[in-house]
Design a protein. Sequence first.
Length: 336
Amino acid sequence: MKKFRVDLWKDSEYTYAAAYGFMPNIMAFLHDEDNEKRRCMIVAPGGGYCMCAPHEGELVGMDFYKRGFNIFVLTYTTDITMSIPLKDQPVKDIARAVRVVRKNAEEYNIDPAKLAICGFSAAGHLCATLATHFDDIKDDDPAYADISCRPDAVILGYPVITSGEYTHIYSIQALLGTNPSQEELDYYSAEKNVTENTPPCFIWQTLGDSLVPVENSYLFANALREKKVGYAQYVFPFGDHGLSVASPEQFFGWHGGEYSTEQLNKVLEHVKNNTLINVSEQRRAELMDQFFGEKKAPEPPKHDEGGEGPKMPQGNPFADVSLWPELAYIWMSRII
């Protein structure tokens, strides 16, 4: 496996004020054993537009890597302080990521016409935004200006879709601030912006999601259907938000993808040192308590009686949810 990082912007191009030294990037995981032009996937972890959660990045990417994809894990702009609205910076990040991958298709050994994006929760919103607004997102760098940022397939896991009644309000606040215009709310309500050119989408969620109501998925699926855009939708009956691949590996001590928290870690240094930009003392106190307060030590993972290693509880309550990567793989095999 070839693994390397690619920064998405030049210093002069990236001006988000609350980056604290962070640069949006992709981490590549490429097959190197043959010359086959492979399908590829850019995976965007969720986190309420406040952070990038590692278990929704590399863990997902490795599942599809094992299925033959070349993988890129995106770490895009977020703001845990919720102090400076992100606006269009995250979607610019993912659009540039698509263009970087396509521009370097020969080097990365991928088919540029078989590029999927995959996002969870707020990153599902990010992917849905790109899927519905790819024509709007221009790139001022001549090296990328003529490269399409339209994905060929889109996977959305428990996505935030709407800015309306069923939204996840904190994701929208991090993105647009606490006083967005109606025009902004409509633009970032993905179900209102589906067109005939929106790429095919695979959507999955759980009925029991307590953070992002399942209505988000139905709104987007219905909008796709109205515009005759191909899609698949799976709603599983049990499970809360944030299940990722729902595998035993995930639930029992998986570690990895620490690079996804780079911006968060940089910000937290400023939280400790009280050198934040445009952040109230109340918000700093909340972050101090959240990340530096006393925490109960986690219980060690339980092992099966045979001592073979961690296993899901008897009857695996997420056995159905854990099938979504296989379902998505089968679906993509028909699409790209």
